[in-house]
Ligand binder design. Structure first.
Ligand SMILES: NC(=O)c1ccc[n+]([C@@H]2O[C@H](COP(=O)([O-])OP(=O)(O)OC[C@H]3O[C@@H](n4cnc5c(N)ncnc54)[C@H](OP(=O)(O)O)[C@@H]3O)[C@@H](O)[C@H]2O)c1
Length: 330
């Protein structure tokens, strides 16, 4: 019994190489549930794991892919039976454990969630970790009082995966969305997802000039971090929250504490990897309800396993628009 997978190998000089290979099923790691994978996707972290690893991958040869959706083939756990449709994101699958860039995956039952009603496995991977994280960010903002009547919501890194889903969901929920992008050519795409205003990246790229600027945003989903996040903190309305999701623009935070002290601004950390089961199910059900499928399908760029080395390098350069969806059986 064999299956196809994208395998990353490391040479003695430390360089890595990714190629599609045929593997024996006996090489799959231990786990409760074996899944016939139908689709996977591409996230920023996948770009790191397809390439030199970014310190995330521990052992080689490695099968990356932090997300997958497919059909249960065998299960020793009573929660899942053959034929059930399942989704996996996070839990360091595709980093420490073999992941979804393969026709077969074997994982712990605790890491899976049932495919939400109303979504196909392809839709679930158009969402993937990026979209799941966007929804966690929106839920955190709502839990801290965000409502459409409070004012415009800023989405940074808007044409990327997290940003695209955040823009589409917020617009569908009735929010006025201001989308920050460094790619002016994505304006029509972002407006199609529901953004009512485009903010050029340069406007927010500089570090904090004054710790407080005029109160502009009622909320923010931030995929960029760095100087942009520092700048945005000073533009938040009183008591408003920023959900910090990513570091596409840098990990340092050259900010002051003044927005926290004088405006009661909240900085909410979002981690998609170790989310407990109940919150995962809540987020997936919200995605099935609040992300219009026509908008989701407009974000898709179809891909195969052999496209991944090139796509992995592209996402690290911020050059992938929307969501690449990988048909692992193509
Ligand atoms: N916390 C979590 O659990 C979690 C989960 C998923 C992702 N993340 C993180 O969230 C970030 C976004 O992930 P993603 O999958 O959406 O990646 P992505 O598709 O590459 O999107 C990132 C976007 O950020 C913008 N960007 C890139 N480089 C930039 C720079 N130097 N300065 C300012 N903006 C820049 C680009 O948008 P424009 O072209 O529109 O400007 C790019 O499309 C990553 O840092 C990722 O690691 C975290």
């Amino acid at each position: 019994m064999t299956f196809k997978a994208l395998v990353v190998e490391k040479a003695d000089d430390g360089s890595t190489k990714a190629s599609v290979q045929t593997l024996e099923e006996s090489l799959l790691p231990d786990g409760d549930v074996t899944v016939a994978v139908e689709y996977s996707t591409l996230n920023y972290k996948d770009g790191l794991c397809i390439g030199p690893g970014g310190g995330l991958v521990r052992t080689y040869p490695h099968v990356p892919g932090i997300d997958f959706a497919g059909r249960v083939e065998t299960s020793t756990d009573e929660r899942y039976k053959p034929g059930d449709k399942v989704v996996l994101t996070g839990w360091r699958v595709g980093e420490v454990w073999w992941g979804g860039y393969a026709q077969k995956a074997r994982v712990k039952a605790d890491w899976l969630v049932p495919l939400p009603e109303g979504l196909t496995t392809q839709d679930a991977m158009a969402i993937g970790t990026a979209g799941f994280t966007a929804m966690l960010a929106i839920m955190a903002l709502e839990d801290h009082g965000l409502k459409p009547e409070k004012g415009p919501v800023l989405v940074t890194g808007a044409a990327g995966g997290v940003g695209s889903v955040a823009t589409a969901v917020l617009a569908h929920l009735g929010y006025e969305v201001a989308a920050v992008t460094g790619r002016p050519e994505t304006e029509d795409y972002l407006r199609g997802l529901g953004a009512s205003r485009i903010v050029p990246r340069e406007e927010l790229a500089e570090t904090v000039k004054r710790p407080l600027e005029s109160e502009t945003w009622a909320g923010c989903v931030d995929a960029v971090g760095g100087a942009m996040l520092a700048r945005v903190l000073g533009q938040m309305k009183h008591s408003a929250s920023v959900a910090a999701v990513g570091l596409a623009g840098g990990a340092a935070l050259p900010a002051t504490v003044v927005p926290f002290l004088l405006r009661g601004v909240n900085l909410l950390g979002i981690d998609s990897v170790m989310q407990p089961y109940q919150n995962r199910v809540r987020a997936w059900n919200r995605l099935a309800r609040d992300l219009p499928l026509d908008k989701l399908r407009a974000m898709i760029q179809p891909a195969t396993l052999s496209d991944l080395p090139e796509l992995g390098a592209a996402i690290l350069k911020g050059a992938v628009k929307g969501r690449a969806v990988v048909d692992v059986n193509a």
